[in-house]
Design a protein around this ligand. Structure first.
Ligand code: APR
Length: 312
């Protein structure tokens, strides 16, 4: 039987994920949104590209959660972007309510989906989805590290004028300014970039990675990045549906790992058919651990806000 991938939010990221998943023939796709007509229109448009792109998955656009029944994977991109004058806290409250409703609807029709949350602020939204869904920690994850490390990899390859495919990178922590790109674990064909670049070069690339999302927002003027985010989600879906057992940085629920509990944080995990099959604990030096703790502290503050909303 074909696998079923539901994408909640037929916006920029959701549509990109739908397209990439369809091109890879990973399964049937359900695109769902609150706006009437948009998911249906985009789904039909994508379906009509099937004979040209050579895929035969079914692409369904809908506003009815019944159509999402028995999904294997659910991607949550629903939310509103940060408006002018809106604080991060306001955005958190607005999107937390959206993610709460969406998760309740999803869980009504699918008993054991693997959920990937994309909505921002990411670390808080994936925590909300976990609490509302009641899913075990292996079945829910946030997409941040794959994107942040893809950005770091890109900047390294541009700096060294070397092939992107030879660069690997690791970024830990929350999906915000305090994220923790790890130069020691960032390599070009196995050679750490600490042996290939000066400290100043590395610091510049780390800073650009931390501000990677804002750089795109600044250029686009309207909306935020969606091509690399969409590709990042697709890699995670592929790892689960094809049981690739990829080791990828993902926003995972921690239960004591790295010294933190009841928090979602970017860490390396193994992704396979059971979802998060392992959280890998890297040996961090004191500076790296301090940076991760600072990032975790920032995330914890947002999680307190989510818990306050849940208690309302
Ligand atoms: N249920 C379903 N869909 C919803 C809901 C809801 N309750 N509320 C909003 N949406 C939909 C919107 O109608 C829109 O189509 O979510 C979609 C969001 O799409 P975009 O505004 O294009 O945002 P996008 O660029 O796709 O980003 C989505 O990912 O990277 C993050 O910060 C980003 O939180 C944002 C999310």
């Amino acid at each position: 039987m074909r696998r079923k991938i539901t994408i909640v939010g037929a916006g920029q990221v959701g549509t990109t994920v739908a397209q990439l998943v369809a091109y890879k023939n990973l399964g049937n796709v359900v695109l769902i949104d609150v706006v009437e007509g948009v998911p249906q229109g985009k789904a039909l448009d994508l379906q009509e590209s099937g004979c040209l792109q050579v895929f035969d998955s079914l692409i369904i656009g809908t506003n009815d959660y019944k159509d999402t029944a028995d999904s294997d994977v659910v991607v949550i991109t629903a939310g509103v972007p940060r408006g002018p004058g809106q604080s991060r806290s306001d955005l958190l409250a607005t999107n937390a309510k959206i993610v709460k409703t969406v998760t309740e609807q999803v869980m009504k029709y699918s008993s054991n989906p693997f959920i990937i949350v994309v909505s921002n602020p990411l670390d808080a939204m994936v925590y909300m989805a976990k609490k509302v869904s009641g899913l075990p920690k292996q079945r829910i994850v946030g997409m941040a590290g794959v994107l942040d490390s893809a950005r770091f990899r890109t900047f390294v390859s541009l700096e060294l004028d070397c092939s992107l495919v030879d660069v690997d990178a690791m970024v830990l922590g929350g999906h915000g300014d305090s994220m923790v790109p790890l130069p020691r674990y960032t390599t070009v064909s196995g050679i750490s970039i600490t042996d290939l670049m000066t400290k100043e070069q590395i610091a510049r690339l780390v800073d650009r990675t931390r501000k990677g999302g804002a750089e795109i927002v600044g250029l686009l003027k309207q909306g935020s990045a969606f091509l690399a985010p969409g590709a990042s989600v697709m890699k995670m879906i592929e790892a689960v549906l094809l049981d690739n057992k990829r080791i990828l940085p993902c926003t995972a629920y921690l239960d004591g790992e790295y010294g933190w509990k009841d928090i979602f944080l970017g860490v390396p995990v193994k992704l396979g058919s059971h979802g998060i099959e392992q959280v890998i604990e890297l040996v961090l030096n004191p500076d790296e651990k301090a940076a991760l703790d600072k990032s975790a502290q920032d995330v914890k503050e947002m999680i307190d806000e989510v818990n306050a909303i849940l208690a309302e």
